[in-house]
Design a protein around this ligand. Structure first.
Ligand code: TXA
Ligand code: MG
Length: 336
């Protein structure tokens, strides 16, 4: 079924309030709305209504075994979604909420099976984006929301990215500007004594360990591949093939990719320190050297490469440093 998707902007205070009323009404009717968050755009519906959540899976072509994060707008709302609010959860919420971290805890009975993929746990997050916070408050129910991309595509960091993937598939798209963080939230499992980071993000393991000094915190990754249910090895992927490489200069890079026989005008290079002149390739882009700014720009750059018909994207390997864990994880998956 093709829907007549409404596209709404929130760029003035008046528009913000009008759109808030329209979006909350749409969600109350059981529909799906694409919403801005500080990480990436999400596809939201009423987390307490299985029939509404079902529509998210249809819109995304998402496999049913992948659980969905539940978004709240206060700590007490988070407590209502879980069976146990652990001490570790209280500490992390105090340190990082509202913000880009998702806490996995034993689920409350009120959270339907479709949200947790039948599992005993639920991921909860209090996002910091103003529109998302106001929307949850206006709805007075938590919002289930995965990233607003088709399954296995790059997560959208702007409303235009959402439109390109979701137009005709959902009722409404809210434009809340480009997202501030740029990659998905850090997902932390708090259901065991050991605290496990299931998906690294811009809140680093170091930052989590610093506030959870009484706990052992570890990254649950197997060579960068996570064990979160439904986590596919290849994920967050652009259409083009993606390689993460180090190079000395343009000639060196050319030598490294010669075997692929990709026409040079179909090669996009994404550098941040070893900037090549680009005389031999389709496009060379330069991302910031600082992790936060790099994360903010990365998905937009990958989308641009796809749009320009890239066959091969060569990304200069970022530093192997905690601040870059989330970025390195996404690049490993995009190329896997
Ligand atoms: O930043 C974000 O987290 C964005 C915005 C929209 O909030 N959401 C997002 O959702 O990235 P999604 O569905 O694209 O990715 C959520 C990840 C999935 O890999 C899922 O397997 C994992 O979180 N996850 C969700 N609930 C879980 C649970 N109960 N246990 C373990 N992993 C869970
Ligand atoms: Mg996703």
């Amino acid at each position: 079924m093709i829907l007549d998707t409404q596209y709404l902007k929130t760029d003035s205070e008046e528009a913000f309030n009008e759109v808030l009323a329209l979006a909350s009404a749409c969600l109350r009717e059981g529909n799906v709305v694409a919403v801005p968050t500080e990480t990436v755009y999400g596809l939201a519906s009423n987390a307490l209504e299985p029939a509404s959540v079902e529509k998210i899976f249809t819109a995304k072509n998402r496999p049913a075994e992948n659980p969905i994060i539940v978004h709240v707008a206060s700590e007490s709302m988070a407590c209502d979604c879980v069976a146990e609010w652990t001490k570790s959860a209280a500490i992390l919420a105090k340190a990082f909420w509202p913000g880009p971290i998702t806490l996995v805890l034993p689920r409350a009975k009120s959270i339907p099976d479709i949200v947790t993929a039948g599992g005993d746990t639920v991921g909860v997050r209090w996002p910091s984006h103003r529109f998302m916070q106001e929307l949850i408050k206006a709805c007075r129910f938590p919002l289930a929301a995965p990233s607003a991309n088709l399954s296995n595509h790059v997560s959208p960091t702007s409303a235009e990215h959402v439109v390109s993937q979701m137009d005709g598939r959902i009722e409404m798209i809210i434009d809340g500007g480009t997202t501030e963080v740029g990659i998905e939230s850090t997902v932390v499992d708090l259901t065991n004594e050991k605290v496990r980071v299931l998906r690294p993000g811009m809140i680093s393991v170091e930052a989590i360990s610093a506030v959870l000094s009484d706990y052992k915190v570890e990254i649950d990754s197997d060579k960068g591949i996570l064990k979160s249910p439904g986590q596919l090895k290849r994920h967050y992927a652009p259409n083009a093939r993606l390689l993460v490489l180090n190079w000395a200069d343009e000639e060196d890079l050319e030598g490294q990719i010669a075997y692929s026989r990709t026409p040079h005008d179909r090669v996009c290079v994404i550098a941040h320190t070893q900037i090549v002149p680009g005389t031999r390739f389709g496009r060379v882009s330069v991302l910031p050297r600082e992790a936060k700014a790099y994360a903010r720009a990365l998905y937009d750059e990958l989308c641009r490469c796809d749009k320009e018909g890239a066959e091969l994207i060569c990304v200069e390997a970022p530093p192997d440093d905690q601040d870059w864990d989330g970025i390195n994880d996404r690049l490993a998956r995009a190329g896997g």
